[in-house]
Design a binder for this molecule. Sequence first.
Ligand SMILES: [Mg+2]
Length: 369
Amino acid sequence: MDRRAAAWTDGPRIAELGEFGLIARIRKRTAGATPTPTVSRTVSSLRLGPGDDAALLSVPRGWDLVLTCDIQLEGHHFLRRSMSPREVGARAATVNLSDVAAMGGVPAAALVSLGLPLDLPVRAVDELCDGLMEVLARHGATLAGGNITAAGSLIVDVTLIGQVEEGKALRRSGARIGDTVFVTGWPGRAAAALATLDADEALWARLAADLGVPEAASLRERFRLHHAAPEARVAVGRFLVENQAASAAIDVSDGLGGDSRHLAEESGVRIVLEETFLPVDPDLAALAALLEVDPLRWVVGASDDYEMLFAAPRDRADLVLAMGTVLGAPVTPIGRVTEGAPGAMLQRRDGTRIELEAGWDHLSPDRGA
Ligand SMILES: [Mg+2]
C-alpha cells in the first residue's frame, strides 16, 4: 500500500514540466514499446504514429475495423488509494481490449487522452503510461496518438482500433435457440474485491484462517487485484472467430446477470442460467460464507470482470471446452438459449427462478467506488 501511495504523492509535479515538456516526456517514454501479439495475426500497420496532427493506419482488404472507446474517471472507476498509477493505465487499456475481444477482433492501435491534475507527480504519469503501453503491447496494439489537458481529477480516455475478418465479428445478436451459454473465468471476483476494499484486519484474518492462507495480507492483495488488474480475453475472442465456434458474445462489464440479459435481448431469445453450473471462485464462496451473504450477489450481480460470455451451437461445445485447455482460460457451460420472451433468468437449486436484470442486486456496492 505504501509503495502504491508514494507513486501518487512523491516527487516533482507535472506543472513544473509544462504541457510541451510533459508531451515530449510521454512521447519518449512510450516510443520504445514493441508490440508482442498474443493473437495469431496482426495485419494492419501504423503508417504514421504520434507527432503529426493525426495518425495513419493502413488496413488491408478483407478486414473490418473494430472501434471502441472507454473512459476511466478517478473517483468513479478507480481510487488512488486502491490502485497504483501503473494499474490505472493498464486497466484503461484492458477495458478497451476487452470490448475488441468481445467482437473477436485483433487489437491494432490506441488513441489516449489524459486529463491530468497539475499537482500530479511526474512519476505517476510515467508509471501510468508504462502500465498502459505494457498491456497494449502484450496484445499487439501500438499507440497511435494522444492528447493531454489539465483537469480537476485524473481521466484516462482510450479509443482502441482493432480489426476482424470481414463479416466475421462476434455480435451480441447471434444467439440461437438450442445454443449453450458459456463464460470464461470466475465472474463476481471484481464485485467481491470492491466489497472488501475497506474491510478491516479482523475480516482478513478470519478469511485467511477459513481458507488456510498463511498471510492475510497476501489474501487481501489477491482480492484487490481482481478489480485492479483484470485481463482482457483477446485470445478467447480470436479462437472463437477463427474456429467459428460462437454464435454471439459480450464481455462481462456489467455483471453476469445484466450482460446475459443484454445478449438475450439483442438476440431476441431467452437465456436460462443454471445456478448448479455457475463457477464460484473458492475465495469468493468463503467470503460469502463468512459474511453470511448469498455468493450469487457477486457472481450474477453487478461486477466488471471483463470475462467473456458467449453462446455456441451444441456441435461446437467440445471445441469450446478444448479452447479452455489450449488457452489456459477456464471456460464453463452455465446455461442454454431457449424460446420465450427475450431476457435472462436464473434457475436456482431450490427450483425457483429469478429474472435477471442489469443491476439485479440493489445491495451491491456502487460499481464506481
Ligand atoms: Mg462490452
